[in-house]
Design a protein around this ligand. Structure first.
Ligand SMILES: C[S@@+](CC[C@H](N)C(=O)[O-])C[C@H]1O[C@@H](n2cnc3c(N)ncnc32)[C@H](O)[C@@H]1O
Length: 353
């Protein structure tokens, strides 16, 4: 466990790290941002400037999500993607008194922090339980709590800012870290191993299917050309290699390709489309009569799946009503939180049965 994370989790006093310049740049040196309870004023200042403090996830479209879900006192809710617990906390407020929320997450490192955060916000075990589980197993997670259905379900797909920011998790090339990308580091294979295992053709297919990457074949060749142990090595291989292979390509287009490559690898490493399909199949059976579900997606591959599943469910009579169109974040929210700009929200209401 890293020094910064240990400080956050256990409140242990550590010597201020040394770093060049006035403000720390490396994730683990940002001790104030990583200790929001102790440095609340500094963290508020960063939030007010439209930035997200390191290690903090700002929940997206909270008001819109609550309008779709309408949590009521005494109801049961499942947060399929607990993350930092921001959406869960807002939903829990609506379930008082007598309601319960089950929070699922595949990430064994962040889950205890989210649980501690919600406990300290006053949600005891009678109202809130955190379960280390993939949302593909939502039915089993409900059964483990002695429940068959929920009135409210939310899924806020993708990765959290905590996962993205921490270079040790290997999701981003902003810091130096292993090319890992596993939301659950105890399962599956890191992205570096996936690249070695897949053939060049399969890798190109993954880039195309997971991120609609127009230069998939070239990038697959670049990724296979040399071992890529770190996120920065992978970023460099794609950025420099693509620039050389297609010198007419604008720098911004190369940057977009690098981003899409990282997105496609992350989706493949965590089998994200297969587990989303499994969740969408289970949902109608896990929702109580009149139950509401809201799903936040961040790219077209996810949104297509949610839209098709909700529309098919409405045609077959499982859903009484579904979103006609996506709901987007307001301009103000997008300005305050850049991540909100790509978010698309869809909802569905389970038919009475
Ligand atoms: C965007 S964050 C959620 C943030 C959360 N709504 C909040 O307000 O803090 C997505 C979270 O979902 C988790 N996750 C992604 N796929 C999952 C899956 N298939 N099953 C369970 N958790 C998953 C990730 O580990 C991450 O913590």
């Amino acid at each position: 466990m890293t020094c910064g994370a240990a400080t956050v989790e256990f409140g242990v006093h550590t010597r201020r790290p040394r770093y060049p310049g006035r403000n720390p740049r490396a994730f683990h040196d940002k001790y104030k941002e990583l200790n929001p309870d102790r440095y609340a004023a500094e963290v508020q200042k960063i939030l007010a400037s439209g930035k997200t403090p390191a290690g903090m996830h700002v929940p997206i479209m909270i008001d819109e999500v609550l309008r779709c879900l309408r949590p009521q006192p005494g109801e049961v809710a499942v947060d399929c993607t607990l993350g930092g617990g921001g959406h869960a906390r807002a939903i829990l407020e609506g379930l008082r008194p007598g309601g319960r929320l089950i929070g699922l997450d595949v990430d064994p490192l962040e889950l205890p922090r989210a649980q501690a955060h919600l406990r300290s916000a006053g949600f005891g075990p009678d109202m809130f339980v955190a379960r280390h589980s993939n949302f593909a197993g939502i039915a089993q997670a409900l059964a483990a709590e002695g429940l068959a259905t929920a009135n409210v379900v939310i899924a806020d797909l993708g990765v959290s800012s905590m996962q993205l920011d921490n270079p040790d998790r290997g999701f981003s090339y902003k810091g130096v870290g292993p090319l890992d990308m596993r939301m659950n580091p105890a399962r599956g294979e890191p992205a570096s191993a996936l690249i070695l295992r897949l053939s060049e053709a399969d890798l190109a297919d993954a880039l195309d299917e997971n991120a609609d990457e127009p230069h998939a074949a070239i990038i697959a060749r670049l990724l296979k050309a040399q071992p890529l142990p770190t996120t920065q090595a992978a970023e460099r291989a794609v950025r420099v290699g693509l620039g050389e292979a297609l010198p007419q390509l604008a720098k911004t287009d190369v940057k977009m390709s690098v981003r899409r490559t990282f997105q496609a690898l992350r989706i493949a490493v965590n089998d994200e489309f297969a587990v989303l399909d499994a969740l969408l199949r289970s949902l109608p059976h896990c929702l109580a009569s009149g139950g509401r579900v809201a799903i936040l997606t961040f790219h077209s591959g996810e949104d297509r799946r949610v839209k098709k599943s909700f529309q098919a469910g409405q045609r077959s009579g499982l859903y009484a009503d579904v979103a006609d169109d996506v709901i987007r974040a307001t301009k103000d929210e997008t300005f305050a939180n850049r991540r909100a700009s790509s978010a698309k929200l869809r909802w569905a209401i389970r038919a009475q049965y």
